[in-house]
Write a protein that binds this ligand. Structure first.
Ligand code: ACM
Length: 647
C-alpha cells in the first residue's frame, strides 16, 4: 500500500478540488490601548472579475468579530465565529474588485494571527460562492524579530533518546545501529503489533547487521505495570507483569533499536500513573481517518495509555447512530447552504463528514494492539448545536432564552424530555457498539451556558413532572440519563469537571479537571477519581508564546514547554490514590494544518508523557525537547537509526 501523503489529509478551506480560489482576503490588526479590543482592517480583492451589487462577504475568524457602527459593512448574519457582511452603502463595491472594511472589532483583544480571519468567501445573488484565499492577518506595527531564532534541531546529543525515560536504566558496551529483533519466545503475541508500529514510524526492526533474540515472559508477581528488559549481546529478555506491560517493554526495545542498541542493557520500569492520556477534538476540525491512526501511533510510541476522541460538538457530529441517521448525514458536514454553515475555519465548500463504522473499527483494533484505550466522547447536554440542527425534536422551538454559550452558540442544550431520553440511549448505545473495547465512555458535561432551560416551555413541563426548577439543575438530570445509558451498555462513565456539580446515583469512573491547576485539588477534595488536564499546562492548543505569528489560543495564557513540564502532580494532596493521572488535550479551533497540529502538539506532549510515566519532569524542559527531536511527529517519520550512535 502506498504511504498516505499526510500533507493532503487535512483540507483547510473545504474538500480539495471543490472550488477554485478567485480572490484573496487580507487583513491587518491594530492594537489599541487599555482594554479596547483593537480592530481589524479587512480587504477583499477578486482576481479577474468584479464585485456585484448584492454580493455578501462571509468569513470565519478565530475570535468572534463584529463590524463597528457606521462601517463600510453591515452584519447580515453571525453565529459563533462566522460573520456575513453586506456593503454599506449597498452600491459601495459596484464596478470595483476591492472592498475594504476598516473597522471590524474583535470581542476581545487579538493575540495571534489566527484570531483574525481564517476562511472567507463571497456569496453571490445567484446562490454561488467564490472561495477566497485568506492571507494570515498582519500586525501593525509589525513585531520586532525574536531575540533568538526558533530552534530547528537538538541542541546537544542526549545520552539516551528514550522517551519517556524508563524509571531505571543502565547500559554499556558498543552501540549497534542496525539491529533486527527475532522472536525466540513470546507468549503474549504482542510483538507483531509493535513491530508494525515501528515500521510505520520509519524504524526497521526486521532487518539489520546484528540480530537480537527476544525472549518474552509474563510474571504477574512483578507488580503493577512493571516490565524488566535486559540485553546481553545477542539475547534480549523481557519479563512483564501483563501483556500490556509487555507491550510497553517492546516499545522501549523498538526505541532502543531506533537509536542504537548497546551491548548490555538493564531496564526496570513501571508507570507512575495509570492514566496517561491525550484528548483530540475531531469535531471542530475534520481530520482524515489516517491522521487519527497516526495519532494512535504517536500516543503508543510514547507509552500513553488513553486516547480520548471528542467526537461531537456544536460544529459537527462525527459518528453514525442508526436510530438517528441525520446526526451523521446532516451533523457531519458543514458548508454554505447546508443545514450547518461554515464554522471554525471551514469555508463555503462542504467540509468534513462523520466517520464510518469501518474507519472506527480500524482505530479500535490498532489501539487495542498497542495498549492504548480509546475513550470516545459524546458531549452533552451543552455543545449540541450540530445535534439540534440535525434532530430538531431535541430542541424546544418555543424556547425564548437566547442563551449564549461561551463559544457563541444560542440555546445549544438538549431539552429534557422523552425524545432526549431516547436519543441519549441510542447515542450512547451506539457509542458502546462502535468502541467495544472502551471500559469508559465520556459524556462531556462541560460549559452549559448559565440561564439554559429557564425560558423553555418544554423544560418547564419536564420540571413540573420531576419536581426540578427549570434551569442549570436540569443538566444533572440529562447527565444521569446518559450515565444510565452508559451503565446499561456495561461501561463506566466519565465527564469534564462540571459533572461534579451533580450528585449521581452512578459514580463516574473519573472526572477530568480542566479549568485550572486548582481544579485538580478541588475535585480530589470532593472525593472524585481525577484526571488532571489543566488548561494552563496540558491544553496544547494554547500557543507556546505571545508572538503574533505563533499558532494557537491564548485564553488560558500562552503555555511554553516549561509550563507543561513543570506541572507537579505529586504536589496534590491525594491520600486515597484518586489522582489517576493526566491528559493532554488538543482542541481543534486553531488546527488549520497538520503543520500547526505538529507545532502545537510537540514537544509538549512528550513532557506530558514523561511526567505521567516517571512522575518527575520539573526542570527537564530542555532535556525533553532535545530528545523529542528523535521521535516521530504527525508529519515527521522517525529516522533515528540514521542519526548515528544515539541511544
Ligand atoms: C473544555 O475545555 N470545555 C472541557
Amino acid at each position: 500500500m502506498m504511504a498516505p501523503n499526510y500533507h493532503s489529509l487535512m483540507p483547510h478551506n473545504g474538500q480539495p478540488g471543490h472550488e477554485s480560489t478567485r480572490g484573496v482576503l487580507r487583513s491587518t490588526y491594530r492594537r489599541t490601548t487599555g482594554n479596547e479590543p483593537g480592530r481589524f482592517e479587512v480587504t477583499v480583492e477578486l482576481i479577474g472579475e468584479q464585485l456585484a451589487p448584492g454580493d455578501l462577504l462571509g468569513m470565519c475568524t478565530g475570535n468572534a468579530i463584529r463590524p463597528a457602527e457606521a462601517s463600510t459593512a453591515i452584519e447580515v448574519e453571525s453565529l459563533a465565529t462566522r460573520l456575513t457582511l453586506r456593503p454599506e452603502p449597498p452600491d459601495l463595491i459596484e464596478g470595483t474588485n476591492r472592498w475594504t472594511i476598516p473597522d471590524l472589532l474583535p470581542l476581545w483583544p487579538a493575540t495571534h494571527a489566527n484570531d483574525g480571519p481564517v476562511s472567507a468567501w463571497i456569496e453571490r445573488g445567484d446562490g454561488t460562492t467564490i472561495t477566497l484565499e485568506v492571507v494570515p492577518a498582519e500586525l501593525d506595527p509589525a513585531e520586532p524579530p525574536p531575540d533568538r531564532p526558533a530552534s530547528t534541531g537538538p541542541t546537544s546529543r542526549p545520552a539516551s533518546n528514550l522517551l519517556p525515560r524508563p524509571m531505571t536504566m543502565t547500559s554499556e558496551g558498543t552501540i549497534r545501529t542496525r539491529t533486527a529483533v527475532h522472536i525466540a519466545a513470546d507468549p503474549t503475541g504482542r510483538w507483531p503489533a509493535v513491530a508494525a508500529l515501528a515500521g510505520r514510524l520509519g524504524v526497521d526492526v526486521a532487518t539489520g547487521d546484528t540480530t537480537l533474540n527476544l525472549h518474552v515472559a509474563v510474571d504477574p508477581d512483578l507488580g503493577d505495570g512493571r516490565y524488566d528488559l535486559s540485553i546481553d549481546g545477542a539475547t534480549a529478555r523481557l519479563v512483564a507483569s501483563s501483556p500490556r506491560a509487555a507491550t510497553h517493554g517492546m516499545i522501549t526495545l523498538a526505541q532502543l533499536v531506533a537509536g542504537g542498541v548497546p551491548e548490555r542493557v538493564r531496564i526496570s520500569d513501571s508507570p507512575q500513573y495509570d492514566h496517561r492520556g491525550l484528548s483530540v477534538d475531531l469535531a471542530r476540525r475534520w481530520f482524515e481517518p489516517a491522521v487519527v491512526e497516526r495519532l494512535i501511533d504517536l500516543a503508543a510510541w510514547r507509552r500513553l495509555s488513553h486516547l480520548q476522541l471528542h467526537l461531537t460538538d456544536d460544529e459537527a457530529w462525527r459518528i453514525p447512530v442508526d436510530a438517528f441517521p441525520a446526526l451523521a448525514e446532516v451533523g457531519g458536514t458543514r458548508g454554505h447552504g447546508l443545514a450547518i454553515g461554515p464554522l471554525c475555519g471551514s469555508s463555503a465548500a462542504p467540509y468534513g463528514r462523520a466517520y464510518t463504522r469501518h474507519e472506527i473499527a480500524r482505530w479500535v483494533a490498532q489501539a487495542e494492539g498497542l495498549a492504548v484505550e480509546v475513550v470516545p466522547e459524546i458531549d452533552i447536554p451543552g455543545h449540541c448545536y450540530a445535534a439540534l440542527v440535525a434532530v430538531p425534536e431535541l430542541r424546544d422551538p418555543d424556547d425564548t432564552g437566547g442563551v449564549r454559550s461561551v463559544q457563541g452558540f444560542n440555546d445549544n442544550v438538549l431539552i429534557p424530555g422523552p425524545a432526549t431520553t431516547r436519543f441519549l440511549q441510542e447515542a450512547f448505545g451506539s457509542l458502546a457498539d462502535l468502541f467495544p473495547n472502551s471500559s469508559v465512555l465520556h459524556l462531556g458535561g462541560d460549559e452549559v451556558p448559565p440561564g439554559a432551560w429557564t425560558k423553555s416551555p418544554l423544560a418547564a413541563e419536564y420540571g413540573r413532572r420531576h419536581n426540578v426548577e427549570p434551569g442549570p439543575q436540569m443538566a444533572g438530570y440529562l447527565i444521569a440519563d446518559a450515565a444510565q445509558a452508559i451503565a446499561d451498555a456495561g461501561r463506566g462513565w466519565a465527564g469534564w469537571q462540571e459533572v461534579a456539580e451533580f450528585s449521581n446515583a452512578i459514580e463516574p469512573s473519573y472526572v477530568v479537571a480542566w479549568t485550572s491547576r486548582a481544579a485538580i485539588g478541588q475535585m480530589l477534595d470532593r472525593g472524585h477519581r481525577v484526571i488532571a488536564s489543566p488548561a494552563d499546562a496540558y491544553y496544547l492548543d494554547m500557543a507556546v508564546d505571545d508572538r503574533w505569528t505563533t499558532p494557537g489560543h491564548s485564553w488560558a495564557g500562552s503555555t511554553p514547554m516549561a509550563a507543561t513540564s513543570d506541572l507537579d502532580l505529586a504536589g496534590y494532596r491525594d491520600t486515597a490514590g484518586s489522582l489517576l493521572g493526566g491528559q493532554a488535550a488538543i482542541w481543534g479551533e486553531h488546527i488549520s494544518s497538520l503543520e500547526a497540529l505538529d507545532e502545537l502538539l510537540l514537544p509538549r506532549l512528550d513532557a506530558v508523557a514523561e511526567a505521567l510515566w516517571t512522575g518527575k519532569t520539573a526542570g527537564r524542559a530542555n532535556d525533553i525537547s532535545n530528545r523529542s527531536h528523535y521521535h516521530p511527529t504527525v508529519l515527521r517519520q522517525a529516522s533515528l537509526a540514521a542519526e548515528g550512535t544515539h541511544r
